[in-house]
Design a protein around this ligand. Structure first.
Ligand code: FES
Length: 112
């Protein structure tokens, strides 16, 4: 049995100002992590669903980036205003938030 039903990783990698690849931290991802954690706590869901900061997820051009496992759903351009929708629709409800999914085949492929 899995330790967590769903695990949310939020990239908090930070690069120097002006770096050509940019970084999720410069898009406010640290606040994103805190809001994910707080919203899960408020719902009493923090033991079933987990949100953790991560290093670079190699999707920098789509940042701030959030990935949800085991579904392997990649979200890009996520803001704090999107967190409740992601939690309620996807994390708890199992229905990914289509409008935030990164529409690039590298992040849509399925593994066997
Ligand atoms: S800096 Fe966030 S995915 Fe690379």
């Amino acid at each position: 049995m899995a330790r967590f039903k769903r695990h949310v990783l939020i990239c908090e990698n930070e690069r120097a100002e002006g770096h050509p690849r940019g970084s999720c931290a410069r898009g406010g991802s640290a606040e994103l992590t805190e809001v994910f954690k707080e919203e899960l706590r408020k719902r009493g869901m923090a033991t079933r669903f987990r949100a953790n900061k991560s290093g670079c997820l190699d999707a920098c051009e789509f940042g701030p980036v959030v990935v949800v496992y085991p579904d392997a759903v990649w979200y890009g351009g996520v803001t704090v205003d999107d967190v409740v929708e992601i939690i309620e629709s996807h994390i708890i409800g199992g229905q990914p938030v289509e409008r935030l999914i990164i529409k690039d085949k590298r992040f849509l492929q399925e593994f066997e």
